[in-house]
Design a protein around this ligand. Structure first.
Ligand code: SF4
Length: 199
């Protein structure tokens, strides 16, 4: 697979916030979001077996980039990790639906739809192990309170998260995300890794 990095950390956002995990950051993305902080240049090839060797502990978060850009190998990796008893999480922009058989092996998929892209919301919402995370912000791919207010009541509140697009420790925008989550009765996600360690 084409990999950017593997590292140990604590999940800073979404439904597994605060939980330790090994992060597998895969290379490549089909979108080009303004301000994306993923390094697109420094990837390298690595075998599935080598990835598995580098994973410590039970929980694995497969992220990117966009992991589904390497769909065949991604499915093989997920099957391999599942057979080793790992708890697998995946983060995706939702534009490439993951086959149901593979999704069944995942603990959580967290889909972060980017405004203006084809993110297959109905497909993801039909799966109980899928959470949807909307990022609130000023960038063209982010969501606004006005855009989300009509969408949110149609979704399962337990599996929807609002998070601010914050890249600084003071997380400007977090208050607006908090207020919208409060108003709509849905989950608020912070970005603890940004606040505490900038990872
Ligand atoms: S979908 Fe994610 S990885 Fe891809 S460009 Fe957008 S922010 Fe970056």
């Amino acid at each position: 697979m084409h990999l950017i990095e593997i590292f140990q950390s604590i999940q800073g956002e979404g439904p597994a916030m605060g939980r330790p995990a090994t992060f597998v950051r895969l290379a490549g993305c089909n979108l080009c979001c303004l301000g994306c902080d993923t390094d697109r240049k420094s990837s390298f090839k690595i075998s599935l077996t080598e990835i598995e060797k580098r994973i410590k502990g039970k929980r694995v978060v497969i992220t990117g980039g966009e992991p589904t850009m390497q769909m065949d190998e991604l499915s093989q990796l997920i099957e391999m990790l599942h057979n080793r008893g790992k708890e697998i999480h995946i983060e995706s922009n939702g534009t490439n639906p993951i086959h149901r058989r593979t999704l069944d092996l995942i603990h959580y998929a967290v889909i972060s739809p980017k405004r203006g892209s084809n993110f297959h919301l109905d497909y993801w919402c039909a799966r109980e192990n899928v959470h949807i995370k909307f990022v609130l912000g000023k960038a063209p791919w982010c969501w606004t309170t006005d855009l989300l207010q009509p969408i949110l009541p149609t979704l399962d509140k337990e599996r929807v998260w609002i998070m601010a697009y914050g890249t600084d420790r003071d997380m400007q925008g977090a208050r607006e995300a908090w207020d919208l989550a409060m108003q709509m009765g849905i989950n608020y996600s912070d970005r603890l890794h940004i606040r505490l360690c900038r990872r």
